[in-house]
Design a binder for this molecule. Structure first.
Ligand SMILES: C[S@@+](CC[C@H](N)C(=O)[O-])C[C@H]1O[C@@H](n2cnc3c(N)ncnc32)[C@H](O)[C@@H]1O
Length: 257
């Protein structure tokens, strides 16, 4: 069963990558809209991805990444990797994803940034022990069949004292299991924030763009599925966030020294 789940998500994301083709869609997340007064300054070319970038910025700001060796697990179409490399200045940035189409695309789209894009499985990180100063993972772990295996895998490749900067959503009823998996893997929870209202605000801002994109990329019969995937306003996924059935968490985690 777990391997079927992994294969289905992989087929789905490869389908998305192939439909997107040359469209400049470099993020696959629901975004974040910060409280008033916390707006970040972006280069003009990044403005169209502001909500998705703000989510990356929130998570990546959980530790000082300058001159650090950073791994991103499940980088998708690499927009977040590009943002963190250009704005947070890590020494090295390695970014993996299970989807080979995304990795191939990223090497072409973001190739000039010296990001090491590789195909890889979040549950079996193929790096030496204690290798990275920080690991980033955004809106992807809900796809992994065994969350506990994922958290242990991240813990193994992080150096002692290293930071795991993590954000994802869960059904409200699964929140305590998430904390248990995190602490049983050996992480200390430095902070944990329910960012759902800020994700809902971002979804309101992106609805028009994402609905247009969903209709452009998929045949009519798939529009409701694509709209739910993109969580446009009024879709079941959007409603689950807006009505508190699904919670989006942001965590700052540390591997004990
Ligand atoms: C919602 S997208 C998020 C991508 C990116 N973090 C972003 O915010 O734009 C989820 C990503 O998780 C990846 N993924 C799913 N299962 C995976 C696994 N077992 N190992 C690595 N990546 C996986 C998918 O291929 C997809 O790119």
């Amino acid at each position: 069963m777990p391997s079927i789940q992994k294969k289905l998500w992989n087929i789905w994301y490869q389908y998305i990558s192939s439909r997107i083709g040359n469209d400049p869609v470099t993020f696959l997340n629901y975004g974040y809209w910060p409280p008033e007064g916390e707006t970040i300054i972006l280069k003009p070319e990044d403005e169209q991805n502001r909500p998705a970038i703000q989510l990356y910025n929130l998570v990546a700001s959980g530790a000082d990444l300058a001159d650090k060796n950073v791994l991103e697990v499940s980088c998708g179409h690499g927009g977040g990797a590009s943002f963190v490399k250009r704005y947070h200045h890590p020494k090295t940035y390695t970014a993996i994803d299970l989807n080979p189409k995304a990795i191939e695309r990223n090497r072409k789209t973001h190739g000039m940034l010296e990001i090491d894009f590789r195909i890889g499985d979040a549950q079996a990180l193929d790096f030496p022990e204690n290798h990275f100063d920080a690991v980033i993972n955004i809106e992807a772990s809900h796809c992994y069949p065994s969350q506990d295996v994922f958290f242990k895998s991240v813990h193994r490749v992080l150096r002692p004292g290293g930071h795991f900067l993590y954000a994802d959503f869960r059904n409200a009823s699964d929140a305590s299991k998430l904390d248990r998996d995190i602490t049983e893997a050996g992480f200390q929870i430095k902070s944990k924030t329910d960012i759902t209202p800020h994700v809902v605000r971002a979804l309101q801002k992106t609805t028009e763009r994402y609905r247009g994109l969903a209709h452009k990329l998929a045949p009519k019969i798939l529009h409701p599925l694509m709209e739910a995937f993109a969580a446009v306003e009024g879709s079941p996924v959007y409603n689950s966030f807006a009505h508190g059935k699904r919670i989006y968490w942001s965590y700052q985690l540390v591997k004990a020294k």
